[in-house]
Design a protein around this ligand. Structure first.
Ligand SMILES: Nc1nc2c(ncn2[C@@H]2O[C@H](COP(=O)(O)OP(=O)(O)OP(=O)(O)O)[C@@H](O)[C@H]2O)c(=O)[nH]1
Ligand SMILES: [K+]
Ligand SMILES: [Mg+2]
Length: 367
């Protein structure tokens, strides 16, 4: 039996199995099997295409953050990229106008954003249809994905794109489940639960692990995961990425529809062609990137407010700041003076571990 047949068989069995407490364990096991087979298909497809790269797709990273435009053909990706960055990328009413990855750069709040225009993707992209695999391969290298939707098209397009990205191991607007698996040679499975589990029991966890041939391990759960989240951790290679949904061509909508859509989380409504609401889009991208600006102040000089150092909020210690400038700066570091929101006194002397905040000013004293 081919892997595709096995997948179809499991999916059929899952569909006809009733969902209740007594079948939960069995369903979880089926999900684990399914995930395993799907990975096989994905690995084979990636190998066949030479790693998912491809001519015109291996664009070098520049700037402080990389943002990818993903969507069906002709939703307005190139229109957006051209307007936001001033870089030419062909726009036309015909589908599949863009055939490779076209990078542009814009600057907002001192942050250089590399914006990638990409070919349109279609259903079955993750299985190798069109240039979908290359596109999703590039998407995996981004710090933020923007799913562009045509407001006049069915909402199901959103789910179809999400399904393709999910199938390639990309998790949108989700946090990595806090589960640690430490494999061992013997001793069986030891489960440590730091919070009560409502969706999984011990037997299910063990049978999922067994499906991946893990007979002995310490598994520590600091969250209440679903079986899919557990499988994600065991299988690995998942990417957890923030995502903004751009609803373009809202000139085709009624104002009542717009009022509702504006309130959906992660949505930004724009009209790229008329440049409507692009200021809001750029601000929302900046917020979603979750970065901070730190201004450098040389000794006895004013801070340079034109060129902030951009740090991720998850990596914003004084040491991260130094490393961002140069490795040697970490070694030469003695102390620093900081002005701004992260300190009580202005300035305050701080060490390497101090966490900086947006728009802080820093002066580093070397050894
Ligand atoms: N009505 C309307 N049309 C738009 C808007 N934005 C873009 N378009 C038009 O939509 C068509 C497709 O735009 P593109 O920017 O080429 O779309 P794309 O997503 O890059 O398309 P592919 O590269 O083929 O995947 C063009 O005719 C644009 O002028 C908009 O906000 N409203
Ligand atoms: K087009
Ligand atoms: Mg295009």
């Amino acid at each position: 039996m081919s892997t595709a047949q096995k997948i179809a068989e499991i999916e059929a069995e899952m569909a006809r199995t009733q969902k209740n407490k007594s079948t939960m364990g069995h369903l979880c096991l089926l999900k684990a099997k399914l995930a395993k087979y799907k990975k096989e298909v994905l690995d084979a497809a990636t190998k066949a295409s030479g790693g998912g790269g491809g001519e015109g797709f291996d664009v070098g990273k520049t700037g402080d953050a990389r943002v990818g435009l993903i969507g069906f053909p002709s939703v307005g990706k190139s229109t957006l990229m051209s307007i936001l960055t001033g870089t030419y990328s062909e726009v036309s009413e015909h589908e599949f106008t863009t055939l490779t990855c076209i990078p542009g750069v814009y600057k907002y709040k001192g942050t250089k954003v590399q914006l990638l225009d990409l070919p349109g993707i279609i259903e079955g992209a993750k299985d190798g249809k069109g240039r979908g695999k290359q596109v999703i391969g590039v998407a995996r290298t981004c710090s933020l994905i923007m799913i562009v939707l045509d407001a006049s098209k069915p909402l199901t397009h959103k789910f179809k794109i999400e399904y393709e990205l999910e199938g390639f191991g990309i998790r949108l607007n989700k946090k990595a489940p806090d589960i640690k698996v430490h494999k061992k040679d013997k001793g069986g499975v030891i489960i440590t639960k730091m919070v009560p589990l409502t969706k999984l029991d011990d037997d299910t966890i063990k049978s999922v692990l067994k499906e991946y041939r893990i007979m002995s391990c310490d598994i520590v759960l600091r969250c209440d995961p679903s079986v899919d989240e557990l499988i994600d951790v065991i299988q690995g290679n998942r990417i957890y990425m923030p995502c903004i949904y751009i609803l373009n061509k809202i000139d085709k909508l009624y104002i009542e529809e717009l009022n509702i859509l504006e309130k959906v989380p992660h949505y930004v409504c724009v009209n790229a062609k008329s440049k409507w609401n692009l200021d809001e889009l750029v601000e929302r991208i900046w917020r979603k990137l979750d970065v901070i600006r730190v201004y450098t102040k040389p000794r006895k000089q004013l801070p340079d407010f034109t060129a902030p150092v951009i740090l991720k909020r998850t990596h914003c210690s004084v040491e991260d700041f130094c490393r961002n400038i140069h490795k040697s700066m970490v070694e030469q570091f003695k102390s620093a003076y900081v002005w701004g929101k992260s300190v009580k006194h202005n300035p305050q002397r701080v060490g390497k571990d101090h966490l900086l905040m947006d728009e802080d000013v820093i002066q580093v004293n070397k050894k």
